[in-house]
Ligand binder design. Structure first.
Ligand code: 3PY
Ligand code: MG
Length: 266
């Protein structure tokens, strides 16, 4: 018997001020989603912005994530009505929407994620209905996780107005695009930098409005640090980065052992 959801554990955690830690699926692979899903992540995001994933593969990833006991979210490529509708119809429990720079942008996200009369999502998209306790339409309007990405200087300036928009669950800082927008190289930042100050301005806006602040982190140590600072929606790296990081470290151990050079069977 599959699990039925009275609410959405990710939205619930963020609304009560708790952290929710997940990772990014950039490989567009249901096999990778399955390998990640049973590890205990609170959520996994299928990334449709920077990966070649198509809708059918996305549904397979969502199924693998749910089967493994995690919650499937997705990042759409843009703040676009059609992408938002199709990705929700495919069965996402919530969306991460890039480049939300103004309160109007955020209002469009919320409207696209809710059925009339609360929004303008077209009726349909019932793939999740068998897994929902009660009616999917009202469940979706009340419980989908709505995460807007803050990743430009303009969005940082407007952060409080964006976060105050009714229906927004939280934000997610894209550190690389934010760096570019500030005239820095991707990966730039650190204590005392303009990049770090911008992130703390966003955190403050979230505190003021009672929304969850989030960020893409590239190390476990940073996830721990950011939770301590009050961030809640934290992504740790991605399937691609974790795979290549573990492979690089394992291979380096073999290469460093000298066994290849010093051993010959013939
Ligand atoms: C960024 O760093 O710009 C991102 O979008 C990370 O997900
Ligand atoms: Mg980005």
């Amino acid at each position: 018997m599959s699990r039925r959801f009275a609410s959405n554990p990710v939205t619930d955690a963020l609304r009560r001020g708790a952290p929710a830690v997940g990772s990014w699926l950039s490989l567009g692979s249901p096999a990778a989603a399955e390998a990640m899903a049973h590890l205990g992540w609170d959520w996994l995001v299928v990334d449709a912005e920077h990966s070649p994933v198509d809708f059918e593969t996305m549904v397979h990833c969502f199924r693998a994530i749910q089967l493994g006991g995690s919650i499937p979210l997705a990042r759409v490529p843009w703040n676009d009505t059609i992408w938002i509708q199709r990705t929700l119809d495919a069965g996402a429990f919530g969306l991460v929407v890039p480049m939300v720079n103004t309160a109007d942008d955020a209002r469009r996200v919320v409207a696209d994620m809710r059925y009339a009369t609360r929004g303008q999502r077209s009726y349909g998209g019932q793939r999740l209905a068998p897994y929902i306790d009660g009616d999917y339409r009202t469940w979706a309007d009340d419980h989908l996780t709505v995460i807007v990405m803050i990743e430009t200087a303009e969005a940082v300036r407007n952060a409080e107005a964006i976060m105050a928009v009714d229906g927004v669950t939280g934000c997610f800082i894209g550190p690389n695009d934010l760096a570019l927008s500030l005239g820095l190289a991707p990966g730039a930042g650190g204590p005392g930098s303009a990049h770090e100050a911008a992130m703390h301005q966003v955190l403050h806006a979230c505190r003021t409005t009672g929304r969850a602040a989030g960020k893409h982190c590239f190390t476990a140590a940073e996830v721990v640090q950011r939770i301590g600072e009050g961030f809640q929606f934290l992504a740790l790296a991605s399937d691609a980065a974790l795979l290549s990081g573990a492979a690089r470290a394992a291979l380096a151990t073999v290469r460093a052992s000298d066994v290849e050079r010093s051993t010959s069977l013939y």
